[in-house]
Design a protein around this ligand. Structure first.
Ligand code: NAD
Length: 313
């Protein structure tokens, strides 16, 4: 099969590119390298002419032509402005990339021979602030996003539904939990695992905002990429949560990572940052039933992989 991956030079996208190439597919990447990096594709380039890379902003109308002319059967749409705080500060910028950019890709999909679009949605934001009594959240929860980023991710699935109805392009949306793994940018707000890894390896103290009891659902990037791969052939016209169902506090995450490095220093605590969810956790039973997907990598093994990767650089 030939697949096209937008955002294919990013953290998750480049890991997906590696997986698709390893599975024997041809891959076309569209990425403007704004938060991704060409170096993330170093391993993928060993595939020779099975990999084609277009450095292109998805907002550019020429993106539709690239997608249509690519001959891709499946489009994985991961390119995005992926920072919630940027979306709050610059909602029009967020919408231009995450809504208009998606439409450029979808226009190309319907003009070309694309059978299916698989979309990276966000389980941590599309449901807004669910009542703690419904955690872990399943897909029956109302989608009530409170950040512009979450609004764009919700609307992304609405557009996919519309393109299926009007143009017949199949789709699957994957509502991802907090993804972590090698290649994650330690400078963003989302990558607490990458941030802690960098600080622990440089012998610097780690700062935890708030009391450290806020929880997230940390899912390893290889498991996430496996869900994308499965969605090429399953899960038509559906949204799936992709998470572990396990809540991990920031304190517990720090403890697991510090233990791996035999660091006994406690973290530094600073004032909580406004606007952050207290608890977040996804129920992925639907993905287990309908995609045959379940997470395989434990938090201990996953953070060890991140620390080993960071050490090797
Ligand atoms: P990332 O920033 O590493 O990847 C995004 C990629 O998109 C980058 O390579 C970037 O250069 C590219 N990009 C950004 N704007 C672009 C534009 N205008 N034109 C072309 N390319 C552009 O982030 P990631 O963590 O790998 O996220 C991948 C996808 O998964 C995103 O859609 C993100 O919203 C979604 N997601 C991520 C997480 C997470 O925990 N990392 C959680 C939920 C959803």
């Amino acid at each position: 099969m030939k697949a096209l991956v937008t955002g294919g030079a990013g953290f998750i996208g480049s890991t997906l590119v590696d997986r698709l190439l390893a599975d024997g597919h041809e891959v076309v990447v569209v990425d403007d390298l704004s938060s991704g990096a060409d170096a993330n594709l170093d391993a993928a380039r060993q595939a020779g002419d099975r990999l084609v890379v277009h450095v292109k902003d998805i907002r550019d109308p020429a993106t539709s032509e690239i997608v249509a002319a690519s001959g891709a059967e499946v489009v994985y749409h991961l390119a995005a402005q992926a920072d919630v705080r940027v979306s709050v500060a610059q909602p029009a910028l967020d919408a231009s990339i995450n809504v208009i950019g998606l439409l450029r890709v979808l226009e190309g999909a319907r003009e070309g021979a694309v059978r299916k679009v698989v979309f990276a949605s966000s389980g941590g934001t599309i449901y807004g602030e669910p009542d703690p009594s419904v955690l872990p959240v399943d897909e029956s929860q109302p989608e009530l996003p409170i950040a512009p980023y979450g609004v764009a991710k919700k609307v992304g699935t609405d557009y996919l539904r519309a393109y299926r109805a009007v143009h017949g392009v199949d789709w699957t949306s994957l509502a991802l939990a907090n993804v972590y793994g090698p290649r994650q940018d330690p400078h963003g707000e989302a990558g607490v695992v990458a941030i802690f890894a960098g600080l622990l390896l440089s012998g610097s103290p780690c700062t935890i905002f708030g009391d450290g009891e806020a929880t997230r659902d940390y899912v390893y990037v290889d498991d996430v990429v496996d869900a994308f791969a499965r969605a090429a052939a399953a899960g038509s016209e559906n949204l799936y949560n992709i998470g572990t169902g396990q809540e991990t506090s920031v304190n517990a995450l720090y403890a697991a990572m510090a233990a791996n490095e035999a660091v006994t220093d406690p973290p530094i605590y600073a004032a909580a940052r406004p606007g952050e969810l207290d608890r977040s956790c996804l129920d992925a039973a639907k993905a287990r039933r309908e995609l045959g997907w379940s997470p395989q990598v434990t938090l201990e093994d996953g953070v060890k992989a991140v620390l080993d990767w960071s050490r090797s650089r």
